[in-house]
Design a protein around this ligand. Sequence first.
Ligand code: ZN
Ligand code: ZN
Length: 202
Amino acid sequence: MQAGATMDLLTPPLASITADGLSLVGEVTAEELGLTEDDAIACGPLAVSLDLTNVEGLVAVTGVLEGTILRECVRCLTQYEDPLAFSVRAAFVPEPKSPPRHPKRVDPRKAREEAVAAEEEEDLDDQYQYQGNFLELAPMLREHIILAAPMQPICSDDCLGLCARCGKNLNEGPCQCATEPPIPTFRVVQGTKRKTGGSSAS
Ligand SMILES: [Zn+2]
Ligand SMILES: [Zn+2]
């Protein structure tokens, strides 16, 4: 990849996005996406493949984001690599401009565009705004990665977790607690108690 290619990947010029579409394929790093370690820890770069189409200023973005995220298992508390591949869907609309100089003159095309934008705004999750002559895709992709994080990350469905008594990671093998008898009952202990010959007791 040439220097500067990533910059174009994350900030495509609006002029290059037509109704026919623009395809963006490449790799980006967590830093370039603005991902902090509190958001997610990426293992290496993330592969991005996006299709953008611009219909009267409304830019639709669809595609796939792939990468590996380091997570901590809630059961055994160890870190594991979580391969990710999820679809990206977002819409970019122009940032509302300051009131027009001639408010009486209504451009029907403009009005329709605003109606579409207002409709889209109901779905705030994947609605973004752009200003100027290019899109900024990094914040949108960063949000997708954060939202893809599971509420309860588990290293494996078979994860055995930690022993509640000694805290050992049971995925690495059983602990001593498992081989101990559960709780000895007093009655059994009494019943097996033997009286040895009376010689010493006299
Ligand atoms: Zn685990
Ligand atoms: Zn144990």
